[in-house]
Design a binder for this molecule. Sequence first.
Ligand SMILES: NC(=O)c1ccc[n+]([C@@H]2O[C@H](COP(=O)([O-])OP(=O)(O)OC[C@H]3O[C@@H](n4cnc5c(N)ncnc54)[C@H](OP(=O)(O)O)[C@@H]3O)[C@@H](O)[C@H]2O)c1
Length: 238
Amino acid sequence: MALTDKRVVIVGGTSGIGLATAKAFLARSASVVIASRSPSNLSLAGKALDGEVTAMALDFRQDTMVKSFFEAVGAFDHLVVTAGEVVMGDFPTILLSAAQDAFESKFWGQYRIVRGALPVLNSGASITLTSGVYGIRPPRGAAVVSAINSAIEGLVRGLAIDLAPLRVNAVCPGIVDTPIYSTIPAAERRAMFEDLGRKLPVGRIARAEDVAQSYVYLAENGFATGSVVLVDGGGHLV
Ligand SMILES: NC(=O)c1ccc[n+]([C@@H]2O[C@H](COP(=O)([O-])OP(=O)(O)OC[C@H]3O[C@@H](n4cnc5c(N)ncnc54)[C@H](OP(=O)(O)O)[C@@H]3O)[C@@H](O)[C@H]2O)c1
């Protein structure tokens, strides 16, 4: 399915994997709407992208905002969601409310976006959500993330049946160098990435561009539905 002149909405498209995905769709001559909460992220991402781009404010945890967002967007062809915040830590120390906040963001946020988009998705549309390799291969401290990622992949399989012929898929990234790690001091972060990369069969962690290609593939391939594309440098094997 050609992407030329198709309209793509990327929730989370102002940073990291979402921003790289916006670039990848623009390179295929699609037009792109990027959405997230922070005005500075929206403005910086808008400047970083070349092509037909609209940047719109959205907090996907808020029902009313999601409804008015899709009313303002109008008809479009492909939905991508990369937004989501999670919590990591030793299980007994994670407050139940923190685990619930993470579900409210990454799981219920994606769920809410799918519901909100349905009335304005064109025929032939696709939806691609985001899980993560910790769903299948959690290290210590990732129980909540693992549960969220598995729930998203289960949701995708169910929606591929319920919403057919609309196609619903997920991308499952491994470790990717993005601003999600920006709270870790730079030197510590570099050392962590090198250490994690050395343990992977490919010898390095991912760049956002490595993962972005998978969202384009799932939008383009009219036979892909209920699929989870795992792009983790072989992390699930080691
Ligand atoms: N990076 C990794 O190593 C990795 C590994 C596996 C899975 N993943 C998953 O991949 C996805 C993208 O991660 P990333 O690394 O690209 O993160 P990122 O660089 O931090 O980007 C996250 C994006 O989501 C937006 N966002 C967060 N909360 C939002 C909300 N409530 N409403 C609307 N937008 C919101 C952020 O913008 P605002 O702050 O402006 O809202 C930002 O644009 C996440 O689901 C993450 O769990 C990442």
